[in-house]
Design a protein around this ligand. Structure first.
Ligand code: GUN
Ligand code: ZN
Length: 429
């Protein structure tokens, strides 16, 4: 048993619905056996648990670890590729790189590299696409298992509009996904996610097969992309002339419901917004990707309307592995749309918001008794520029905001995975 003291940031409610008062700062958190036992004042918890060791983090913030709700780990090495929009970017940079994942050793190398990068940045859980190769799923889950992380991932399925070497079929996508699901889902802290890449790269037959697989496995998530760029939406309309809209290409085959997680969801029609809310599905805001690939500005009013909204880097379309940088981009997009986000809302999106998007809010993404002790310790004076701004703060939000806007991996003092201090696997200095 251990007591961690510092500025313990946690949530008692959703700040999009209840304002900044939904966040609380306490002095201490008690962890034992990988689980959070209690949170409260340091004096009271020391008195209640006199036998516990105490680790004092001073002025640093102790928070739930960040949760990156939409990434493509195979795109780690092509992050920051210049000058293309979505479809060109996929064809020029992404697909050639994904072909390399036929090699299991290469997949293992990138999987380990990606998880080390995200841990360096204080991210303790990720929901990732892989490639069409089953070995790319094995590589990622194996690397996550070694690190003890709660990870969500699935085989990316594509049976058209992709290079030959990156196409499966409706049948093989179903069979491979089913086999990987039974191999990995629920093993340790791993969850299998049924993963059609997006409607343009799946035939209606493949979407239908994956819809059937999802219906047969109600405890799993389904992830895909939705309405990221206008050219993409026009292409979907051509490919699916009978569909009412982009969402309908999924809805009509059983790929809409609780546990459906749609990346981007920028250019939605009124019908799509209403159906996403009614179905209690999730959407994921990927702000650095949406500016980097030139996709558009996500409408954060969806969070106020009750939709589950997560936050994500979307690497390698996104331009950074850091959820701090991602919060900063979300703030800037909010400003451009006239809906500036309070620091409590940004922090919520990166923790409990993403956990809710992945329907894991009972396990991760907050500090509360009974939840898993995946934690990040954040230094609020990690660079001279940040320190001189935050030292003038008169409340926690002013103290935190310079780190949100200017922080990076240097602000991450420590990461705990299920209570244990993260030991570096590969990037050992
Ligand atoms: N849409 C379909 N595939 C992708 C991808 O790999 N990245 C992004 N940003 N959008 C996509
Ligand atoms: Zn994506």
């Amino acid at each position: 048993m251990e007591i961690l003291t510092g500025r313990v940031l946690h949530f008692t409610a959703d700040p999009f619905l209840h304002g900044p008062e939904a966040a609380r700062i306490d002095e201490a958190v008690v962890i034992e056996g990988g689980i959070i036992r209690a949170v409260g004042s340091a004096g009271a918890l020391r008195a209640a648990y006199p036998q516990a060791a105490v680790s004092d983090y001073g002025d640093a913030v102790i928070s739930a670890g960040f949760i990156d709700a939409h990434v493509h780990y195979p795109q780690t090495a092509i992050i920051a590729s210049w000058g293309k929009r979505l479809i060109d970017w996929l064809n020029t940079y992404t697909f050639p790189e994904e072909i390399r994942f036929a090699d299991g050793d290469y997949a293992a190398d990138v999987a380990a590299r990606h998880l080390d990068f995200v841990l360096d940045n204080g991210t303790t859980s990720v929901c990732s696409f892989t490639t069409i190769h089953p070995g790319s799923v094995d590589a990622y889950f194996s690397a996550a298992q070694t690190r003890g992380m709660r990870i969500y991932a699935g085989k990316t399925c594509m049976d058209r509009n992709a290079p030959d070497a990156l196409r499966d079929t409706a049948r093989s996508a179903y069979d491979d996904s089913a086999r990987l699901l039974s191999r990995w889902h629920g093993v340790d802290r791993l969850s299998y996610v049924i993963t059609p890449r997006f409607s343009p790269t799946s035939t209606p037959e493949q979407l239908e097969a994956l819809g059937a697989l999802w219906q047969a496995n109600p405890g799993t998530l389904m992830q895909t992309h939705l309405s990221e760029q206008l050219d993409e939406i026009a292409w979907v309309a051509d490919l699916f002339p009978d569909s009412r809209d982009y969402l309908d290409t999924y809805e009509s085959v059983g790929l809409l419901g609780k546990g459906a997680v749609f990346g981007h969801a920028i250019h939605l029609t009124e019908r799509e917004r209403a159906r996403l809310i009614e179905a209690d599905a999730s959407v994921v805001h990927c702000p650095t990707s949406n500016t980097f690939i030139g996709s558009g500005m996500f409408d954060m009013r969806l969070a106020q309307e009750g939709l589950r909204v997560g936050l994500a880097t979307d690497t390698g379309g996104g331009s950074n592995f850091s959820m701090l940088r991602t919060m900063a981009a979300a703030y800037e997009i909010g400003q451009l749309r006239g809906t500036p986000l309070h620091p409590s809302q940004l922090w919520w999106l990166a923790t409990q918001g993403s956990a809710r998007a992945l329907r894991a809010e009972q396990q991760i993404g907050n500090i509360a008794a009974g939840m898993e002790a995946d934690l990040v310790i954040v230094d609020l004076a990690s660079t001279p520029a940040i320190a001189q701004a935050s030292c003038r703060a008169t409340d926690i939000w002013q103290a935190l905001f310079p780190t949100i806007m200017m922080g990076d991996d240097r602000a991450i003092r420590e990461v705990r995975i299920a209570g244990a201090v993260r030991s570096r696997c590969r990037n050992e200095p």
